[in-house]
Write a protein that binds this ligand. Structure first.
Ligand SMILES: Cc1cc2ncn([C@H]3O[C@H](COP(=O)(O)O)[C@@H](O)[C@H]3O)c2cc1C
Ligand SMILES: O=C(O)c1cccnc1
Length: 374
């Protein structure tokens, strides 16, 4: 067991939940008519602990690292692509660059542990590698417990850096060839789901490739049957970028930031974070349902309803960036929409004691199971 005291996510204020619901219901619209945007607005208010949440300086942290398991042929692409994509991020040519630019999201690339030397100085690159890639977890633990803790601390530090610059919304993206294999093993062990149901095509394996990947991952899980505790599972099967995402989530929730959760790998990191410090989940907005096999089931495990379903299977934080404008709209609705009283508009008949009196708002369902239920 780890002796580290992980940052705790503050509890939500039940009285504020009621006031947020009233504020939303008093807006000039039929109750519930903004659908899930209303639940999202309420969750954002609870996260920021105010009726007027400030979502400022959204930041996307893209963590990159290599994986020893890549050498067993579990990805369609070779490990060198991780480093090549880091250079692509720094040149501004990747999908996440395009979407971050489009939506005014600050982008930072973190070398969490790629193979080889990154010989460049770039203000958007943070060089904090734990090691030159993980070990092949078919044969040995991917990393030591100390390395897992070091990586988690690295992710926490990046969020502290952005918090000091005023950021209240954080997204995590990742780049690491073979990291769907890590994510599948984390899911299988932490959610107790057979590995076949957690193993997908990743970058585009064919059926034979997926079968090979499943066989490798089944052997890897069998190698370490006793690893059950979240930090131990992370050390056995994780990656340095995944561990840094864990730290980023922990720190962001403790600081009452809105967390934009991306796809399969980003969600697998959240499994670890939530297991280490229960309550992080309430701070999470699930951006999309990835096309990667296993993600739908992982979302169900969280009780999450993602905002988008676009058949994305990319990672990098791309889905989180695409969902940001919706999150922004939910906060703007709460902050800027007039109330019936402001606008001098008559309220509905239920105000006069009609049959519809009682709880208004209709859709009180939240983005995640343990989220903002009043
Ligand atoms: C050019 C390229 C850009 C990417 N951007 C994200 N990924 C995604 O694919 C990888 C995971 O899939 P697997 O486990 O099959 O290797 C991760 O790096 C992930 O972020 C990419 C993959 C490639 C090839
Ligand atoms: O959903 C994801 O994050 C994902 C899926 C496939 C490949 N890379 C990332």
């Amino acid at each position: 067991m780890s002796t580290v005291a992980w940052p705790a996510a503050p509890a939500f204020d039940d009285a504020l939940a009621t006031r947020l619901q009233q504020a939303i219901d008093f807006k000039t619209k039929p109750p519930g008519s903004l659908g899930r945007l209303e639940a999202l607005a309420r969750q954002i208010g609870l996260i920021r602990n105010t009726l007027t949440p400030d979502l400022v300086r959204p930041a996307m942290l893209v963590f990159a690292a290599d994986h020893g398991i890549a050498d067993t042929g579990v990805s369609r692409f070779p490990a060198e692509v991780t480093m090549q994509m880091v250079y692509n991020f720094l040149r501004g040519g990747a999908a996440i660059n395009v979407f971050a630019r489009q939506h005014g999201i600050q982008l930072e690339v973190i070398n969490s542990g790629v193979r080889g030397v990154l010989d460049c100085v770039d203000e958007r690159l943070v060089n904090i590698p734990v090691a030159a890639g993980t070990r092949n977890f078919l044969e040995a633990p991917a990393m030591t417990l100390a390395q897992a803790e070091q990586a988690i601390a690295g992710g926490m530090a990046r969020v502290r850096h952005h918090a000091a610059l005023g950021t209240t919304v954080i997204g995590c993206g990742e780049m690491g060839i073979a990291n769907t294999s890590s994510a599948a093993c984390l899911m299988s062990r932490l959610c107790d789901v057979p590995i076949d149901a957690c193993t997908g095509r990743g970058t585009g394996l064919d059926d034979a490739g997926v079968q090979h990947k499943q066989a490798i991952l089944a052997r890897a899980l069998a190698r370490a049957p006793r690893a059950r505790e979240p930090l131990a599972v992370l050390a056995e099967f994780g990656g340095f970028e995944i561990a840094m995402m864990v730290g980023a989530y922990l720190e962001a929730a403790a600081r009452r930031m809105v967390i934009l959760v991306d796809g399969f790998i980003a969600s697998a990191a959240l499994l670890v974070a939530e297991a280490l410090s229960p309550g992080v989940l309430r701070y999470c907005v699930f951006s999309h349902c990835s096309d990667e096999r296993g993600h739908r089931r992982m979302l169900a495990h969280f009780g999450a309803m993602p905002l988008l379903a676009l058949d994305l299977r990319l990672g990098e934080g791309s889905g989180a960036a695409l969902a940001w404008p919706l999150v922004q709209s939910a906060a703007c609705m709460l902050n800027e929409m007039a109330t019936f009283a402001d606008a001098g508009i008559s309220t509905d008949h239920s105000e006069q004691g009609g049959e519809q009196s009682g709880e208004q708002g209709g859709n009180h369902q939240n983005n995640a199971r343990s989220g903002a239920q009043p």
